[in-house]
Design a protein around this ligand. Structure first.
Ligand SMILES: Cc1cc2nc3c(=O)[nH]c(=O)nc-3n(C[C@H](O)[C@H](O)[C@H](O)COP(=O)(O)OP(=O)(O)OC[C@H]3O[C@@H](n4cnc5c(N)ncnc54)[C@H](O)[C@@H]3O)c2cc1C
Length: 476
């Protein structure tokens, strides 16, 4: 008989968490530590959402979103997940940018960036200091309508090279463009500039294993392969969810609150249903723009082979000038190589290397392709990634024995996000996410939204913020 993925669950919980991205996992853990009975449901066969990994024959292991996050992750992980996790966060020391405008290597912090702008780009020091000082004083609650591009123009007029170094890495980090609000740019960029770029040593598989252990210790009931189809509402309150396991019977579970880690649009339009919200709120939710998506090329290095140290994160581009349009275009020549040396997984019994090429992408360009064009486009991505790498490692083709591409369609398939978004929504999504429980008591959302609550750090922090709101609701 087929496995029942829901075996052993109760008929009722205080909270059901839909989705096991970092926002969902952290929300569930926080609520369990606060004493609530929590059921966490994930439709995929693995926990972690976009913080995930996959294995391929030849003992290859690839991380999907372990490219870099700010130093703040150490504090957040220590506070909300414990020292076992925070102690394994390490800095990436060699961040490189190579494009027709400049070739720089940096530790990606304020001091080093200031040095580069002053010494290499010949920008007066006061101008650079003034920019950083302005960022420091930016306040989320100031109604500053400027875009990031306008901010760059104000401080560094006509300096596309400076704009490029400021914007390009943040576009890869959270899908934002220079047309997004300066405040969202300022918050995320400043987070990175405080101390540089960090990753989790051990790999995403070990991080999620540690988190799972912690969740189980704190009493969260976890179920994978379980798709939540519907959030139930009675008399204007959340009362439960319908769950369709991959195999086994569809079931309803009662609960007082739901914390959805699904995209905010999926949460409103698919899970709850628009009939449960006011027309004004639905209009606002409809107007929320989802963020851009990504393509990636996973490059596996043969067992026994090694590659030279070419840097940890290498931002490359052939584009003469920077523009957000070029960066997200179907034929972009801009890609970042994340290089995973044996130090990424020091616990393995052999030295292994992997490289992941990341590109920004638009859902609309990829969704329309027929099967043949889709396969051809993926092949092109793989080929271009290898050609790009040959500039650093001329014999790379001889060292590779696994190559595959992922696209916005892959993101959509695995995490179901509206528009295949990798990074939630644009700024306006945050207000809608935060106002959800005012519209429908008992329904909460935590996950990539509004640019600032995105990425590993943003979603972990947002998971905690929303969990404390759920806690107040449950106690009221
Ligand atoms: C290619 C790529 C590279 C990235 N690189 C970085 C990086 O280097 N640094 C960084 O900080 N961030 C990076 N990010 C972004 C980061 O991974 C995400 O912002 C973050 O992991 C998202 O967490 P989340 O809580 O929003 O949930 P998600 O990870 O989006 O997970 C949501 C979960 O909900 C589940 N779900 C959805 N609907 C249902 C349902 N109805 N029933 C059950 N389960 C459901 C999904 O399956 C999924 O597991 C990257 C993202 C991508 C795609």
């Amino acid at each position: 008989m087929a496995k029942d993925w829901l075996e052993g669950i109760e008929e009722e919980y205080d909270v059901v968490v839909i989705g096991s991205g970092l926002g969902g996992l952290t929300g569930a853990n926080t609520l369990a530590k606060m004493g609530h009975r929590v059921l966490l449901l994930e439709h995929h066969y693995q926990l972690g959402g976009l913080a995930t990994w996959f294995k391929r024959p030849g003992r290859h292991i690839f991380d999907i979103s372990l490219h870099g996050f700010p130093h703040g992750m150490i504090k957040s992980c220590r506070k909300y997940w414990g020292k076992n996790i925070s102690e394994r966060i390490v800095q990436l020391k060699r961040v490189r940018f190579i494009n027709p405008q400049f070739d720089v290597e940096t530790t990606f912090d304020r001091e080093d960036f200031t040095k580069i702008f002053v010494e290499k780009f010949k920008v007066p020091r006061e101008q650079v200091e003034g920019f950083f000082e302005h960022l420091r004083q930016m306040n989320y609650y100031d109604r500053d309508e400027r875009t990031a591009k306008e901010l760059f123009e104000e401080f560094f007029p006509g300096r596309n090279d400076v704009h490029r170094l400021l914007m390009e890495p943040i576009s890869y980090a959270n899908g934002s463009t220079w047309d997004d609000p300066a405040i969202t740019y300022g918050i995320v960029f400043s987070n990175f500039m405080s101390k540089g770029v960090f990753i989790y040593q051990g790999g995403t598989d070990q991080l999620i294993a540690q988190m799972t252990e912690e969740l189980e210790k704190n009493g969260v009931t976890l179920r994978k392969n379980c798709l939540v189809e519907k959030v139930h509402v009675e008399n204007g309150h959340v009362t439960g969810v319908t769950i369709a396991p991959r195999t086994g019977e569809t079931r309803t579970v009662r609960c007082k609150a739901v914390l959805s880690n699904s995209n905010i649009k999926n949460t409103i339009f698919e899970l709850a249903g628009k009939e449960n919200f006011t027309p004004e709120f639905i209009a606002e939710a409809n107007a929320v723009r989802v963020n851009t998506s990504s393509c990636q090329v996973y490059i596996g290095i043969k067992r026994g082979e090694s590659i030279p140290d070419i840097g940890d994160l290498v931002f490359t581009s052939e584009a003469e000038e920077f523009s957000s349009e070029e960066l997200t275009s179907f034929n972009t020549s801009s890609r970042t190589f994340s290089v995973y040396y044996p130090e990424t997984r020091p616990h393995l019994d052999e030295d292994r290397y992997a490289i992941v090429a990341s590109l920004n992408a638009q859902w609309a360009d990829w969704k329309a392709l027929n099967d043949q064009d889709y396969e051809a486009a993926k092949k092109r991505l793989c080929e271009e990634a290898l050609t790009g790498l040959e500039k650093f490692i001329p014999d790379i083709r001889e060292k590779v024995d696994h190559l595959e591409a992922a696209t916005p369609r892959t993101v959509k398939h695995y995490v179901r996000h509206f528009g295949g978004t990798s990074f939630g929504t644009k700024f306006e999504g945050l207000k809608v996410s935060m106002e959800l429980p005012e519209q429908l008591p008992g329904l909460y959302h935590a996950g990539s939204v509004g640019i600032i609550m995105s990425g590993w750090l943003g979603t972990i922090n947002y998971g905690v913020i929303v969990a404390s709101k759920v806690d107040s609701f449950l106690r009221s």
